[in-house]
Design a protein around this ligand. Structure first.
Ligand code: SF4
Ligand code: SF4
Length: 186
């Protein structure tokens, strides 16, 4: 049978009967609920629900990376060359970049006029960091502090991303131009 889309699952008889899967889902949810309830009744740590922003979790994984940092060149300018690779790879379409010409620097003639990340959409996958050819975007261990009643308030602006320099991050050195890639000033 022709599939409507490439990864459409093929359902077996058990899945097509529907109700057994509903019962299985309820048993998983119920097991977690009653397990947590029992822990709560016996004064042990139960569900990990935090009443954000009044409370924040204290048990983030040491490998958690929750805040983006835009790095700078030695002169303090933004390192980003506005190539858009991070925005292209982002599965959540969370990055918006408006480019401008940076003709003072022929080897990196574009720079972002506006670079913003929508934290209401970001899933903190780190793909943007992996995709960046310039080490211009990193993710630091901190968690974003962006509670808001309005999605418009959850955009991290370029200035904010440039200002979030984590204390533990080693100073960024801009690599010397590779051979055959020297800057040529007109
Ligand atoms: S961490 Fe993932 S979702 Fe967030 S901006 Fe980067 S690529 Fe997009
Ligand atoms: S952060 Fe990196 S990948 Fe994204 S536009 Fe700038 S240089 Fe390109």
């Amino acid at each position: 049978m022709k599939k409507d889309y490439w990864n459409k699952p093929t359902l077996g008889l058990w899945e097509r009967l529907y109700l057994p899967e509903v019962v299985r889902g309820l048993s998983i949810t119920g097991g977690v609920f009653f397990g947590n309830l029992w822990k709560w009744l016996t004064f042990r740590k139960g569900a990990l629900t935090a009443y954000y922003p009044e409370e924040t979790r204290a048990d983030y994984s040491p490998v958690n990376r929750g805040r983006h940092v835009l790095t700078r060149r030695d002169g303090g300018e933004v390192q980003c060359v506005s190539c858009n690779m991070c925005a292209t790879i982002c599965p959540a379409y969370a990055i918006e970049i408006l480019s401008r010409a940076d003709l003072e620097h022929p080897t990196h003639p574009k720079a972002p006029e506006r670079f913003e990340i929508d934290y209401s959409r970001c899933i903190f996958c780190g793909f943007c960091v992996e995709a960046c050819p310039e080490d211009a975007i990193r993710m630091a261990k901190e968690v974003p502090d962006f509670p808001g009643f309005d999605r418009e308030n959850m955009w991290a602006t370029q200035d904010l991303l440039l200002g979030w320099q984590p204390a533990g991050d080693p100073a960024k050195k801009y690599p010397a131009p590779a051979a055959g890639r020297e800057e040529v000033h007109p």
